[in-house]
Design a protein around this ligand. Sequence first.
Ligand code: AMP
Length: 418
Amino acid sequence: MIQKIKGFKDILPEDIGIWQKVESTAKSIFESFGFSEIRLPIIESSELFKRSIGENTDIVEKEMYTFADRNGGLITLRPEATASVVRSYIQNKMYAKDPERKLYTIGPMFRRERPQKGRYRQFYQINAEVFGIKSPLIDAQLILMLTNLFEKLEVKDVITHLNSLGCPGCRPDFRRALIDFFKPVSDELCKDCIRRIDKNPLRVLDCKSPSCKKAVENAPVITDYLCAECETHFIAVVDTLKKQNIPFKLNTRLVRGLDYYTRTTFEIQTSLLGAQSAVAGGGRYDGLVKVLGGPDQPAVGFAIGFDRLVEIMAVSQKQKESCIDIFIAALGEKSSTIAYRWICELNLSGIKAEMDFSGKSLKSQMRKAGKLNAMYVAIMGEVELNDGAVIVRDMKTKVQESIPIKKFIESVKDRKAA
Ligand code: AMP
């Protein structure tokens, strides 16, 4: 049998409810905050990701699915969405009328990482990006929007970590200080981090290896190196979050795996998924639009790891299984014909109604209704048919009611609307 590829997965009908709930909740919140949806290609030219994410990042160095197109050009399955959103903002001159744009997009990303719980080679992200607004208020508002989504989804056990990564003006000093600090202790670092010292020393700060974690303890702290403008910006974000009672934790060790970030960076972390603690991450990337050939417009955004969010929702709240509104247990041919007409009419008016099509006994039909998590079951046998009434049982309270056949549809609709 042909199997799916390692690190890829099917999202099955029994799991889709939670995905749809997250998606509709996110869309409704984002739209209230003024965001519009954008849908983008999942393949882009490889150059786009190299230039934006950075040549010396794990993603570009070893995780991208890059291959030669038939004409020889290198193309890549997108490992993240921000670069594509920026490309589209520039290519479609979205800045022309008004540089301020708020966009969101939902879809699959591809990274050839080592698969494990919460880490896949095809995973889904929900991205929100704001262009053209420099104010720290928008950084805070994005974090508010993100935490509001988590609250609405009743996700607990998450903490928002916040840091600033400075700007191209002040970060080089911090970078140099890190290199000076790590060089003499390089033998305490893991193999990857020894390589990172010169290429990408910030990444050493969030290495998960115990020896690196220890070596990093006394490393320089970014907030001591911020220039006056970055500091003012950061303080304003922190103050705004505090005034709005948005909980967060300052984390000067938080860096991100992509090079384009400037100033505010944040990550929502959980302890529920073992090593894969980040459920969402984002921040400012003020230079990226220009780097990719657009106007000098600031930007800030985030990406939610959809798979991880779904997994922690399942852990933290044992989501109710999807249920149907009514199951019609019909006995005998005559009743089944009526039941069929009824379920079709109910289905057409948006009510989840099911019946049995294979002439099962009442007992096994009741079992099926239980499996489908039916809220109500209507029982219709010969006796009921002769009496001109169906028995409707509330599966939670177990209360039964006799409803005249003529009023059945109306009564189901009323129950649904109640
Ligand atoms: P990033 O684009 O690396 O900032 O990632 C944003 C979010 O996407 C992370 O916080 C994770 O929740 C999620 N994510 C990143 N890589 C993976 C992966 N390989 N599998 C599942 N989720 C991922």
